[in-house]
Design a protein around this ligand. Structure first.
Ligand SMILES: Nc1ncnc2c1ncn2[C@@H]1O[C@H](COP(=O)(O)OP(=O)(O)O)[C@@H](O)[C@H]1O
Ligand SMILES: [Mg+2]
Length: 358
């Protein structure tokens, strides 16, 4: 099967070796090496992305734009197959695509120092900034309503109505937490409902292993572009806060290990603002810290909703897994909120730094 796919991309199977690669959780990723060349071959996860051709169309539009506007930027676009298509479909209905392997690049799964956070934030900021004049409405929504908090909240309410009594009781404290932080939803609704923040081209998946680094830990470019679509800056900024600040992930059961690393917050602010500072609107700047609250709250709601729905979306490894994940995210959110005053000072300094530098 793989041989057929390599042939479809114009590669002679006898000349290449193929190995599973990286630690991505969505697509199935392979490294193809031979003939002095390396490639990334990827099978798209069609359970998540129902319309792979819409992703391919987005990437083609973006590639053309980068080629014209920023020819030096390393936009990691799929390579054409022997017939000029960007996706190869197998008899089983699977979709494969081939990327050039970015030479000398590495990825990391955990932020270990503030330089990595700075470089990642800078790369995600740079990506959106370079696309500031690109018509975002030309892009397909590859995951509809992905970060729509209003809808996530509605799903949560429905789940509460339909949940088993035992699960509702187990989760009573977390259900209350959702309402304790209701002001986050209100602020979100106000921002979106009144068109107070601009629609931009947003990456929407800022996990640290979606940044390629060189051997000196400098950021090279962003990868994993399946969720690049119209959106709001708070998705990227907020998800970096959610996933970079704490040394442990949403899987951690010992909440005493959940901490907010202020130096990483500082690095995210400085990295993102270094690129986006000049184009962020006043409202976006005012909601920079809010971004983190929004994404932590939304993720807590999503885990809790899934727990109430008897775990139909997120894979679980033990019975209360989704409830523990929701508690973890609320713990993170509350610790984040406790730091808000400090964050305001750090953010103001990062913004001042930009003014001084320009
Ligand atoms: N063009 C590339 N060059 C080098 N490494 C890559 C490239 N594309 C993907 N990778 C590696 O493969 C991993 C998984 O790819 P990714 O597109 O992020 O898949 P997923 O959607 O499953 O996260 C990345 O974290 C990175 O380590
Ligand atoms: Mg990835």
């Amino acid at each position: 099967m793989l041989n057929k796919i390599l042939v479809a991309f114009g590669l002679k199977p006898s000349q290449y070796t193929v190995h599973p690669f990286g630690s991505g959780l969505i697509n199935y990723t392979l490294k193809v090496s031979g003939n002095g060349q390396d490639y990334i071959l990827q099978r798209i996860n069609v359970n998540v992305f129902k319309a792979p051709d819409q992703i391919a169309s987005n990437l083609n539009l973006l590639q053309a734009y980068f080629k014209n506007t920023y020819p030096d930027y390393n936009f990691v676009a799929p390579l054409p197959s022997a017939t000029g298509d960007y996706l190869v479909k197998t008899d089983k209905g699977e979709y494969y695509r081939l990327f050039p392997f970015v030479k000398g690049s590495t990825t990391t799964d955990f932020i270990s120092n503030k330089k990595e956070a700075f470089e990642a934030a800078k790369q995600f900021g740079k990506f959106t900034c370079m696309l500031k004049d690109f018509d975002a409405s030309a892009l397909n929504y590859t995951l509809t309503d992905f970060h729509n908090l209003k809808l996530r909240f509605d799903h949560f309410k429905t789940a509460c109505q339909n949940a088993q009594e035992s699960r509702l009781q187990e989760a009573a404290k977390e259900v209350k937490e959702v309402y304790n932080h209701y002001n986050i939803l209100q602020n979100y609704n106000q921002l979106i409902g009144n068109n107070q923040i601009p629609v931009r081209v947003i990456h929407h998946d800022t996990k640290i292993n979606n940044i390629l680094f060189d051997d000196k830990h400098n950021g090279l470019c962003v990868i994993d572009l399946d969720t690049v679509m119209p959106g709001y800056f708070f998705s990227d900024v907020g998800d970096m806060m959610r996933t970079y600040l704490s040394p442990v992930t949403e899987e951690e059961k010992d909440f005493s290990k959940i901490q907010i690393r202020e130096d990483i917050f500082d690095a995210i602010c400085k990295g993102y603002i270094a690129e986006m500072g000049k184009i962020l609107t006043e409202t976006e700047k005012q909601n920079f810290i809010f971004s983190g609250k929004l994404m932590m709250y939304m993720q807590a709601i999503r885990f809790l909703t899934d727990y109430l729905n008897n775990d139909i979306y997120y894979g679980i490894k033990y019975p209360d897994h989704n409830l523990i994940r929701a508690k973890n995210q609320f713990d993170l959110l509350n610790k984040y909120i406790n730091c808000e005053k400090k964050f305001e000072r750090i953010l103001a300094k990062a913004q001042d730094g930009l003014i001084v530098a320009s």
